[in-house]
Ligand binder design. Structure first.
Ligand code: PSU
Ligand code: MN
Length: 302
């Protein structure tokens, strides 16, 4: 059998010499953004890091092998092939059957931690779904962060979720949440919310110091760095509320359940908003990647 975890030469060289590396997920490319924009986005996300002298480690499972760092062909495959949406529980199955999968935040954080990559940028974290009291639908993104020591830079959690419940679960799971230049938990497409956070940081160096302190204390946990979209880039609140209500009603009518919920809502929201939510989603990811680059750079220097 070929190796189970393949770290690309570029990522390995950066890790071995203590240079900054940022992990990127592939579910956002495969299932969160529409084709053909998703391929452009995957390339641009890596480029944002390279311009800052940070090595991108896009993570995906290809033909049974978990890759940390993709070549051009790998990036093309996650954007154009119809890949399974892979969480941590799917990794061994993909491995054994030689199948491919786009990794969620949970699976990406798990594999990043295994490879020794400590900083990860995404759009919005998964969380507790609305109605979870009955469906039990809570993203493994939350539980995995309790034991994967990776700082995830995210614009809060997607506003299609139950955000107060998501914060409660992160507390129960002992996953630290820090606002990056904010006192409240952002709502993905919207900067503000009425959900206060206990901790605010204003610099990448502070986040790097927290990561070092987590190591010293051996907490073993990850962290959520909640980075809100700048006010001039956020989505119009009324349109946001209107479109989300519409998308929820459709998901309900069509009986969309389980892992299909997030991709369905994200892609339907893009259509219903005439592409506006996509532009904001891309800006969210770009902003998070820039902040992650700064954190990884500060960490490498510390
Ligand atoms: N953030 C985005 N777009 C996405 C996701 C996050 O901007 O598509 C994906 C992530 O991969 C996250 C997943 O892990 O949605 C959550 O899915 P679920 O709710 O089924 O756990
Ligand atoms: Mn789910």
């Amino acid at each position: 059998m070929s190796e189970t975890l393949h770290i690309s030469d570029e990522v390995r060289a950066a890790l071995n010499t203590g240079r900054p590396v940022v992990a990127l997920e592939s579910t956002i490319i495969s299932h969160g953004l529409p084709q053909p924009r998703n391929l452009e986005a995957a390339r641009e996300f890596e480029q944002i890091l390279r311009e800052r002298d940070v090595t991108p480690a896009t993570i995906a499972v290809l033909d049974g092998v978990a890759h940390v760092g993709l070549d051009e062909e790998g990036v093309r495959r996650i954007a154009q092939e119809d890949l399974a949406k892979a969480s941590v529980r799917d990794l061994a199955i993909l491995r054994a059957l030689g199948r491919s999968g786009a990794t969620t935040v949970a699976a990406t954080a798990y594999l990043a931690a295994k490879a020794g990559v400590r900083v990860f940028a995404t759009g919005g974290l998964g969380g507790v779904h609305r109605g979870a009291q009955e469906t039990f639908d809570e993203s493994a993104d939350l539980t995995v962060l309790a034991s994967a020591p990776v700082a995830v830079v995210s614009a809060g959690a997607k506003s299609v979720l139950d955000l107060p419940a998501t914060l409660e679960r992160l507390e129960s799971l002992s996953v630290p949440v820090v606002g990056f230049g904010t006192d409240v938990f952002p709502q993905f497409w919207l900067r503000e919310s009425e959900l206060p956070l206990d901790w605010r940081v204003d610099t990448a160096a502070e986040v790097a110091a927290i990561i070092r302190a987590q190591d010293a204390l051996e907490t073993g946990a990850g962290m959520v760095v909640a980075n809100p979209i700048p006010v001039d880039q956020q989505w119009d609140r009324d349109e946001h509320d209107r479109v989300l209500a519409h998308a929820f009603a459709e998901a309900d009518e069509q009986g969309i359940r389980g892992k299909a919920v997030t991709p369905f809502l994200l892609l339907r929201i893009v259509e219903l908003s005439g592409g506006r939510s996509l532009e904001v989603n891309l800006d969210i990811a770009r902003n998070n990647i820039r902040v992650a680059a700064d954190i990884a750079t500060a960490l490498a220097a510390s």
